[in-house]
Design a protein around this ligand. Structure first.
Ligand SMILES: Nc1nc2c(ncn2[C@@H]2O[C@H](COP(=O)(O)OP(=O)(O)OP(=O)(O)O)[C@@H](O)[C@H]2O)c(=O)[nH]1
Length: 454
C-alpha cells in the first residue's frame, strides 16, 4: 500500500479547486544486499562479487525475492529509486514442453581475462567461508494442474490489487449515497493502490459526475473505474514491434537488480522462438555470476545461444562482440542483459551509457529497443527508476513484472500518466507463460475485479 496519504482538502474543493500532484513517495532505504553465492572450485565465471558499501549503493535492495514483496513500508523498505529484489537462478527445465524442436545450440562461453576497469582486486571481498554451489531454484510452475489461460493468470495474478480495491468499493458503496465522504474514501483507496493522485481524482470525478447524492452500486463503480483505467492505459498499450529489416534487432534490457530482467529475457526469447525468430542472448550482467548462469540456463531452455564471459568482464565489450556474433550467425533478435547493480548508482549508469555507446559504434540505429523492467511491488518507487534509467539509457518501453505479488498494481496507471512510455509486456508470475503483451482493457477489467473480458 502507498505509505503516504497526501495531505489534501475535501474532495469537492479539490475537484473544482487546486491541481493535484503526484506524491513522490520514495521509500526509506533499509535493505541490505543479498549475499552472493560464489561457486566453489575456481570456475572462471564465478569470482566473488564486489562489495556493497556506498551510500547510494544499488545493492541496497530488498533481499532475495521469489515471492511477492510485502506492501507495507515497514516490511518492504527499498532504496530510493532503486528498490528491486535479488535474483534467483532459473531451473533449466521446460515444464510446459514448449521448447522448440531443434537441437540446443552450443552456448558460447568465453572466458576473456579482462576485468571491468571499475572492479579492482581491492573491490573484491574474500570468498564466503563456505561458498555454496550456485544452485538453481525449484522450477516455478513445474507441473501446473491444468493449463490456465492468460485471462485466468492475469486475474489471479492481479487478485491482491483488485480485491483490495473491490473491498473498498463494496464497503463504500453498498446502500450508501454518493457524497463527499464516500468520494474521498474512494479516492484514498485508489491512491493506496498506487494509481497516483491525478488518476485517483479523475476516476473519482467520473464516478461523481451526475450521481452526487444518489445511490450507486459497487458494480457501477467498478465499471466506471475499469473504463477510466482503460482510457488512461490505452495510449501506452503498444506491442513491441520487431523490425525485421534490422538483423539483428537489438533489445537492451535494463532495470534494477531483481526486477526480473533475466527472467523476462528468457520469457521473451521463448516467445520470439515460437514466432520462428532466431534469437541470441548476451550475458551482459557481468556483475553477478549467478546472473550469467541463469541466462545460460534460459538459453538452453529456449534454444538460443548465449554469449557469456567471466564475472567482472567488460559488459560493453561483450555486447559489441555479441552483436558481431549475432550478425555473423544470422540472428533475428539479440537480447542483451545488463547489471542491475554495481558498486554504486553512478557506476551502473556509466556502464549502461557505455554499453549504448559501444553498441552504436557497431550499428548507429541500435539498440532498437531499450526495455526497462520494473517490479510492480516497489509501487511509487518505480517512478524514480524510470527517471533514472531514462537518463542513462533512453528507455523506449516498459515491462512490468510481479503484478501477482502486490496490491499496488495501479502503479502502471501512474506511470502511464506521467511518462507515456509504451508498456509492452506485463508479468504475473515466474512461469515462462506468465508474461504477455499488455492490453489496456484486460488490465483495466482485472484491476477493477470485473469478471469477464470482452
Ligand atoms: N512472482 C513473480 N516473480 C517474478 C516475475 N518476474 C520475475 N520474477 C522473479 O523475480 C526474481 C528476480 O528475477 P531476475 O530475472 O533474476 O531479476 P534480474 O532483474 O535479472 O536481477 P539481477 O540479475 O540481479 O539484475 C526471480 O525469482 C524471478 O523468478 C513475475 O512476474 N512474478
Amino acid at each position: 500500500m502507498a505509505d503516504t496519504k497526501p495531505d489534501k482538502p475535501g474532495f469537492l474543493s479539490r475537484l473544482f479547486g487546486r491541481k493535484a500532484e503526484t506524491p513522490a513517495a520514495a521509500q526509506p532505504e533499509t535493505q541490505q544486499p543479498a549475499p552472493e553465492t560464489p561457486q566453489a572450485g575456481g570456475h572462471p565465471e564465478t569470482m566473488p562479487s564486489p562489495p556493497a558499501n556506498a551510500a547510494d549503493d544499488l545493492t541496497a535492495a530488498p533481499p532475495t525475492v521469489t515471492e511477492a514483496s510485502p506492501d507495507t513500508p515497514e516490511e518492504a523498505k527499498a532504496a530510493p529509486e532503486l528498490a528491486g529484489a535479488d535474483l534467483q537462478p532459473v531451473e533449466g527445465l521446460d515444464p510446459e514442453g514448449t521448447n522448440p524442436q531443434e537441437p540446443l545450440p552450443r552456448i558460447l562461453t568465453e572466458t576473456g581475462p579482462e576485468l571491468r576497469p571499475d572492479i579492482t582486486a581491492a573491490d573484491l571481498p574474500a570468498p564466503d567461508p563456505a561458498p555454496a554451489e550456485v544452485l538453481p531454484d525449484p522450477v516455478p510452475d513445474a507441473m501446473p494442474a491444468a493449463p490456465r489461460g492468460w485471462w485466468q493468470r492475469l486475474t489471479d495474478g492481479m487478485r491482491r490489487t483488485s480485491s483490495s480495491l473491490s473491498d473498498s468499493v463494496t464497503g463504500l458503496f453498498t446502500k450508501r449515497k454518493l457524497d463527499d465522504a464516500t468520494l474521498e474514501e474512494l479516492e484514498d483507496a485508489l491512491v493506496q493502490a498506487d494509481l497516483g493522485v491525478p488518476a485517483a481524482m479523475r476516476i473519482t470525478a467520473a464516478i461523481a459526475s451526475g450521481r452526487y447524492n444518489k445511490e450507486i452500486s459497487p458494480g457501477e463503480v467498478k465499471a466506471i473505474l475499469a473504463s477510466e483505467v482503460e482510457k488512461a492505459l490505452q495510449p501506452v498499450a503498444q506491442a513491441l514491434a520487431i523490425d525485421r529489416t534490422k538483423k539483428p534487432f537489438v533489445i537492451l534490457m535494463i532495470g534494477v537488480n531483481g526486477a526480473g530482467k533475466t527472467t523476462t529475457i528468457g520469457k521473451l526469447s521463448q516467445k520470439f522462438r515460437q514466432q520462428g525468430l532466431k534469437v541470441m542472448l548476451a550475458a551482459g550482467d557481468t556483475f553477478r555470476a549467478a546472473a550469467i548462469e541463469q541466462l545460460k540456463v534460459w538459453g538452453e531452455r529456449v534454444g538460443a545461444p548465449v554469449l557469456a564471459r567471466a564475472q567482472g568482464a567488460d559488459a560493453a565489450g561483450l555486447a559489441y562482440d555479441a552483436l558481431q556474433e549475432a550478425k555473423a550467425n544470422g540472428s533475428d533478435v539479440l537480447l542483451i542483459d545488463t547489471a542491475g547493480r554495481l558498486q554504486n548508482k553512478a557506476g551502473l549508469m556509466a556502464e549502461l551509457e557505455k554499453i549504448v555507446r559501444v553498441v552504436k559504434k557497431f550499428d548507429p540505429t541500435a539498440p532498437h529497443a531499450t526495455l526497462l523492467v520494473l517490479d510492480a511491488t516497489v509501487g511509487q518507487n518505480a517512478i524514480s527508476q524510470v527517471e533514472l534509467f531514462q537518463k542513462a539509457a533512453g528507455v523506449t518501453g516498459l515491462v512490468m513484472t510481479k503484478l501477482d505479488g502486490t496490491a499496488r498494481g495501479g502503479i502502471l496507471v501512474a506511470l502511464a500518466e506521467k511518462f507515456r512510455l509504451p508498456v509492452h509486456f506485463i508479468g504475473v508470475g515466474e512461469g515462462v507463460e506468465d508474461l504477455e503483451p499488455f492490453t489496456a482493457r484486460d488490465f483495466a477489467k482485472a484491476i477493477a475485479g470485473l469478471e469477464a473480458t470482452s
